[in-house]
Write a protein that binds this ligand. Structure first.
Ligand code: FES
Length: 144
């Protein structure tokens, strides 16, 4: 684990819209990253919050190339350039700001956003996009 990596924070329960995910200062100064995870009925959910010069955003911790988690070891999200996210499995790099793939085998794809909003010094789950909270597995279950 690099000096900048921190173990993800494990939430006691799935966060609901309006819930506080963390304090902004827990992300560290830009480029800051923080992983969060929790368990739902069908398995773990993982997200990564990023703090770049443009602000704070959150993505599902799931690479669009082969749907693996990005960080290995857990909490190691930043690429060697210190300014992008890196998938540990095949090395794709992603923008901290919009999740777009910058290099590697996920080119043309992006990390899926997780809905957040800033509320003063804290990051909360945004209320507008509840289906995104359920994640890929729940969407699959709906269609089968
Ligand atoms: S699984 Fe992420 S680059 Fe292949």
């Amino acid at each position: 684990m690099s000096a900048r990596a921190r173990a993800p924070i494990r939430l006691a329960a799935a966060p609901a819209p309006g819930d506080v995910l963390c304090r902004v200062d827990e992300l560290g100064p830009p480029p800051g990253v923080l992983g969060l995870e929790w368990f739902e009925w069908d398995g773990p959910r993982r997200i990564v919050l990023t703090r770049g010069e443009e602000g704070v955003v959150a993505f599902h911790n799931e690479c669009p190339h082969a749907l693996s988690r990005l960080d290995s070891p857990a909490g190691s999200f930043l690429a060697d350039d210190g300014a992008s996210l890196r998938c540990a499995f095949h090395g794709a790099r992603f923008s901290l700001h919009d999740g777009r793939c910058l290099a590697g085998p996920a080119q043309g794809r992006s990390l899926r956003r997780f809905p957040i909003r800033l509320d003063g010094a804290v990051v909360r789950v945004a209320a507008a996009d509840r289906p995104a909270l359920a994640g890929r597995r729940a969407r699959r279950a709906k269609t089968s």
